[in-house]
Ligand binder design. Structure first.
Ligand SMILES: Nc1ncnc2c1ncn2[C@@H]1O[C@H](COP(=O)(O)OP(=O)(O)OP(=O)(O)O)[C@@H](O)[C@H]1O
Ligand SMILES: [Mg+2]
Length: 252
């Protein structure tokens, strides 16, 4: 990890998000603050419905905050035009969605190659890189399959390969091992580690898997709209449940 002034890959400042449904306004994120160092592996945990996906969507410029800022590599992403933001996202951020969002009419290889083609690479090179990435997630035998012909875990691995193929500086992952058996989850963890080692890629990983969370460099928890730091070691599951009932305002 570097100590340079611009050593942050992600900074969220005063980030708030509310949804309005009829007369009811739900404040999902409240003045949330977070800094992630370049090369850091951060786990975000929290109970279902607490706003983890909402947070990742704002951090990845897929949704707009009600107020506050998100800086990625010092760029205020919500100040960019739609076109600039799409380009920036494609070049700097890998996004692993909770529900995959693969393109059903394309093969696994074409899905993974897509971000590289959008970036302007030749389709031959993009397909070759996609093939290599699919090998790394253990899917070399499935490159010509369409999403409908793949299992849930296989689709998830295609989505992971697609997020990583551009070698982004920041990967935002929503439950990346959610549907995977322990061996495949371990492979994904090793892939995260190896990308982190070789390219200093930062990961922000939302997960209910406390074993995975505990293997990240740092763990934070989303509680009542704020991110709360964990103590040095991962708490037991019991402690996590107890913390759900507290309103800890410390920002991380
Ligand atoms: N587009 C939307 N319109 C209205 N409310 C929304 C919208 N998206 C999310 N919410 C609400 O915001 C809250 C947080 O949702 P979010 O999907 O971020 O939770 P989560 O922590 O990712 O949950 P899970 O662990 O179950 O995936 C929920 O109460 C949800 O109903
Ligand atoms: Mg979610």
């Amino acid at each position: 990890m570097s100590n340079l002034a611009n050593s942050k890959v992600l900074e969220c400042k005063g980030l708030s998000k509310s949804y309005k449904q009829g007369d009811i306004e739900t404040h999902v994120l409240k003045d949330l603050a977070l800094s992630v160092d370049k090369g850091e592996l951060l786990a975000v945990v929290g109970s279902s419905g607490c706003g983890k996906s909402t947070f990742l969507h704002l951090a990845g410029a897929l949704d707009t905050p009600s107020s506050g800022k998100v800086l990625i590599n010092d760029v205020d992403i919500h100040q960019l035009s739609d076109k600039e933001r799409a380009k920036f996202r494609n070049e700097h951020i890998g996004f692993i969605y909770q529900f995959h969002h693969l393109m059903m009419e394309f093969t696994a290889q074409e899905n993974v190659a897509m971000p590289l083609m959008i970036k302007g690479g030749s389709s031959k090179q993009a397909l070759a890189a996609a093939k290599e990435m699919l090998e790394q997630v253990g899917l070399s035998h499935r490159i010509d399959y369409r999403p409908a012909q793949l299992s849930g875990g296989e689709r998830q691995r295609v989505a992971i390969a697609r997020a990583l193929v551009t070698k982004p500086s920041l990967v935002l992952a929503d439950e990346p091992t959610g549907n995977l058996d322990s061996d495949t989850a371990e492979q994904i963890y090793q892939l995260i580690r190896s990308l982190n080692d070789s390219a200093n890629t930062s990961f922000v990983i939302v997960t209910h898997d406390l074993a995975l969370a505990s293997r990240m460099d740092r763990q934070v928890k989303l509680v009542k709209g704020h991110l709360v730091s964990f103590a040095d070691e991962m708490p037991s599951t019991e402690k996590i449940d107890n913390e759900n009932n507290q309103d800890n305002e410390s920002h991380v």
